[in-house]
Design a protein around this ligand. Sequence first.
Ligand code: CP
Length: 343
Amino acid sequence: MRHAQAPTRPAAPGAGIFYRPTDPPDAAPAPGASACRDLLGLEGMSRSEILEILDAAAAYRDRIRAHALPTNELRGVTVCNAFFENSTRTRVSFEIAEQGLGAIHTSFQAGSSSVAKGETLLDTLRVIASMRVDLLVVRHASPGAAAYLARHLEAGVINAGDGAHEHPTQGLLDLMTLRQAWRDGFAGRRVAIVGDIAHSRVARSAAFGLHALGVEVTFAGPATLMPAGIESLGGAVAATVEEAMRGADAVITLRIQRERMEAGLLPSLVEYAHEWGITARRVELMKAGAVVLHPGPMNRGVEITPEVADGPRSVILDQVENGVAIRCAVLKRCAGDLAKAAT
Ligand code: CP
């Protein structure tokens, strides 16, 4: 195993983002604005901030399981889910969380909106924000789009996935699922992240979160899907999936995007499955009790076999369940004093 160093291929889309979240804002925050009104990514988030969200989410999970929602916690807060890319898990779980916390909420699908008539992203979101929307949950194909909107709008912005940059609520739900599986904590743990690292916002958010919690990460995937500058994500790079998974406490399996094959980055899905797929034999290389994660949607038989996806080590549906609890915790955090003012 080598430690991440030399770039193996040109920068992936996530490496060059439209707007860098770390750039200073043009204007001072709006008067009374909360410092954590936005959630743009896990990069730079501290261990204590992450644990605070995970603790809050664990309490929400208990309440959801006990059918103790809805609450009035977000009464008077208006949330719009603005999705410029397809989604099942993220959009539905945000909607359930918003409704569960008593927010006024609506969803917006780019395909059926005036974006199709040529309106810009910013103009469209300005229109929505003018309806006194307090929080925007945004998914967009362009890395940095959420941060760009946060820079220009007074409403809080929650990044629901921006191209190959970050997917922070996915990263948080992955951490929550690992915490649940590893009852004795994060110390001394190692996670293998396998697949298309270059185009994966899931890999980036997971890596930042795991790093903040002191968990070791090993990346593995074809050289054509390994981003330049992977060293900025921390961790090591393994030459094979077996090397990455041997002795690991978990594997995060990434979705293979079929268009990568058409772009010549993969010879065929059959060869990908053979070289890098998560199979029962490879799962046996991990520690006893190690778990298998996948953010979904899955390509069964490509990056993961059905036997593993549905097997005893799989925590894929736990991830989905935890997604609602994490989104409750994030919405509450970003609404902050807005919700208090409304009660
Ligand atoms: N994991 C994830 O973001 O899934 P969706 O695209 O279905 O929201």
